[in-house]
Design a protein around this ligand. Structure first.
Ligand code: ADP
Ligand code: MG
Length: 222
C-alpha cells in the first residue's frame, strides 16, 4: 500500500541519517581518545583540540535530535530579535578565525516574534556558519533585519563567498549534501524544517564567486 511505501521511505531515511550521524560522531571521538592518551602522557596543549571536538559532537547530536524529534522542544515564546546580536557575538571567534566581519542593520521598532528561541538560534548559527565558511579569504557578512510586511519579519544574511551553482542550489536541504571535509550536510535541512515549523520560509539565492543571500521569513504570530 502507499502507506507502507511511505513508511519504508521514512525508515530508510532514518537509517541513512543514523549511519551518517554515527560516522560523524565516531571521528571526533577517535580524535578525543587520542588526545586524552597524549594528555595522560603529561602534555596539556591538546585541550583546545579536545574542546573543539566535543563541540562538534554536541553540534551533530543537536542536529540529529532536531531531525529525530522535531516536536520535542516546541514551546514558543515572544522573542526579541536582539537574539540575532547574541548569536553573532557567540560566533565572533569563528568569524575572526576566517577573517570575516559581521555587520547587523536592524530596522527600528521591530516587534518581538513568537517562536522557539533555541530553534531560531540554531537556524541562525547554521546559516552564519555556512556564510563564514564560504569565505576562506575573509570578507563581510551583512545581516539586515527588515519589517516590510505587516505579518512578519525578514532576516537577510548576505555573504561574499564562493557561491553555489544553479545545479547545486536545487540539492540544498537534502541530507548529507556537503562540499566540506568536516561537513554533515544536515544544517540546511534542519533550518528548513525549523522555519517551516514556524510557518515561515527559507529562500536562498546565489551567484558563483559573488556570494549567497539567505532570507529567513518569519511570521510574528504563527
Ligand atoms: P554543511 O555546512 O555541513 O556542509 P549544510 O546543509 O549547512 O551542511 O550546507 C550544505 C552545503 O551547501 C555546504 O556544504 C555548501 O556546499 C553549501 N552552502 C551552504 N551555505 C552556503 C553559503 N553561504 N555559501 C556557499 N555554499 C554554501
Ligand atoms: Mg552548515
Amino acid at each position: 500500500s502507499e502507506e507502507a511505501i511511505i513508511r519504508s521511505e521514512k525508515l530508510s531515511l532514518i537509517g541513512q541519517l543514523a549511519a551518517g550521524i554515527a560516522h560523524d560522531i565516531r571521528n571526533p571521538l577517535t580524535s578525543l581518545k587520542g588526545f586524552v592518551k597524549l594528555l595522560k602522557a603529561k602534555n596539556a596543549d591538546y585541550v583546545d583540540v579536545m574542546l573543539e571536538e566535543l563541540e562538534h559532537i554536541n553540534y551533530v547530536v543537536n542536529e540529529f535530535m532536531t531531525l529525530a524529534k522535531p516536536h520535542l522542544n516546541c514551546y514558543m515564546e515572544s522573542t526579541s530579535l536582539g537574539l540575532v546580536k547574541s548569536v553573532v557575538g557567540f560566533l565572533q571567534p569563528h568569524a575572526h578565525l576566517y577573517n570575516v566581519q559581521i555587520h547587523i542593520d536592524m530596522d527600528p521598532d521591530i516587534p518581538a516574534i513568537y517562536c522557539n528561541p533555541d530553534q531560531i538560534k540554531q537556524v541562525l548559527i547554521n546559516i552564519l556558519k555556512n556564510a563564514i565558511e564560504s569565505m576562506p579569504n575573509g570578507g563581510i557578512i551583512q545581516i539586515a533585519i527588515r519589517n516590510p510586511i505587516h505579518q512578519g519579519v525578514v532576516i537577510r544574511i548576505e555573504d561574499q563567498g564562493v557561491g553555489i551553482s544553479g545545479e547545486r542550489l536545487s540539492q540544498l536541504g537534502e541530507p548529507f549534501y556537503t562540499t566540506k571535509v568536516n561537513g554533515t550536510g544536515l544544517g540546511l535541512m534542519v533550518c528548513k524544517r525549523i522555519i517551516e515549523g514556524h510557518g515561515g520560509k527559507l529562500l536562498i539565492q546565489s551567484k558563483i564567486n559573488e556570494g549567497t543571500t539567505v532570507e529567513i521569513e518569519l511570521p510574528f504570530n504563527k
